[in-house]
Write a protein that binds this ligand. Structure first.
Ligand code: BDR
Ligand code: CA
Length: 313
């Protein structure tokens, strides 16, 4: 089968970085058409730079990287330096990238790329706030039918929230954008906190990255060491959730994940629960299902896939 064409929309972030590496390490299954940066974990000048650092680390400096929206559609940007550090990729020492940033705005790139493809042939993989994707849908509604599927990291049902008691970070930062995406009619697969909180970077798993003896293995281990300090303290867990790579792992081995096709609505008005993903997990309404909302993963299988693929870089 031909590799699946994807655009990765991202706000790196150490876990975004691992997701990008996993995609670039898997050319048999995945063709990365482009990487579009958005403001999220850290401001846009850093996320676009970090995306290029990661592509260079993967040995793929020809990857097209674009900078997109520097703020949510109607709100002020909320960032997460408390998790990811000042640069977004704190941990190891890293040189500035030398590969170029594309001149075109990420939103224009998304629109142009989708326009150039047949209906249902490009998959969008958002790993951050949904600002770029929703803006593209707003500016060029005809591209929506070109999307094969949106596989995204965001939201929560049983885990409820991480940035507020009621909301997950990516959805909370730009709830208006999330609403546009969830209302778009495109088939959506959601990797919520319910899943990603089971993808924990335990010691043996991090040691396996380090034991690769490669630059990529060392970097991934050092990033993990950095960001898990926050989550371990917060959750008292054995490691930190490796959120965003779940999206890419799903494209390669969907059988690692299980979930339910349900209705998901986004809260955009309540101050208290802003950005909540109201998932009808128990199917107690007659609202039409609009998303495959994942609930569980085979975490050993997930980390085995990661170790196998990252070792190829
Ligand atoms: C999400 O927020 C970011 O901090 C991570 O990169 C991930 O995409 C988890 O809530
Ligand atoms: Ca992210």
């Amino acid at each position: 089968m031909a590799p699946r064409k994807i655009i990765i929309d991202t706000d790196p972030g150490q876990d975004d970085a691992v997701a990008i590496l996993l995609a670039l390490a898997s050319p048999d299954e995945i063709a990365v058409l482009g990487v579009t940066a958005v403001a999220g974990n850290v401001p846009l000048p850093l996320t676009q730079k970090n995306a290029r650092i990661v592509c260079e680390l993967a040995g793929k400096p020809d990857t097209l990287v674009f900078a997109g929206c520097d703020a949510p559609m109607v709100r002020k940007l909320v960032t997460a330096e408390h998790v990811h550090g000042k640069t977004g990729l704190d941990g190891p020492q890293m040189a500035d990238p030398t590969m170029p940033l594309q001149e075109q705005h990420a939103v224009d790139y998304i629109i142009e790329t989708l326009r150039a493809h047949d209906a249902g042939t490009v998959t969008l993989c958002p790993l951050g706030p949904l600002t770029n994707i929703a803006t593209a849908f707003n500016n060029a509604p005809e591209i929506v039918e070109k999307v094969q599927e949106i596989v995204l990291m965001g939201g929560a049902y049983f885990q409820v929230g991480n940035i507020t008691p009621a909301a997950e970070f990516n959805i909370y930062v730009d709830p208006e954008a999330a609403k546009i995406v969830f209302d778009s009619g495109v088939p959506i697969v959601v990797m919520p906190l319910d899943v990603t909180h089971k993808a924990l970077t335990t010691r043996p798993r991090v040691d396996a990255f380090r034991a690769m003896g490669t630059k990529v293995g060392d970097m991934v281990a050092a990033w993990t060491d950095f960001f898990e300090r926050f989550d371990k303290e917060k959750y008292g867990s054995e490691g930190a959730p490796l959120h965003d790579p779940c999206v890419i792992a799903y494209l390669i081995q969907p059988e690692l994940f299980t979930g339910r096709h349900v209705n998901v609505e986004i809260e955009t008005t309540s101050e208290l629960t802003l950005g909540m993903t109201v998932a009808d997990w128990w199917r107690v309404t007659d609202r039409a299902p609009n998303a495959m909302f994942m609930g569980d993963l085979d975490s050993d299988g997930f980390f085995a896939l990661l170790a196998d693929r990252l070792a190829r870089l």
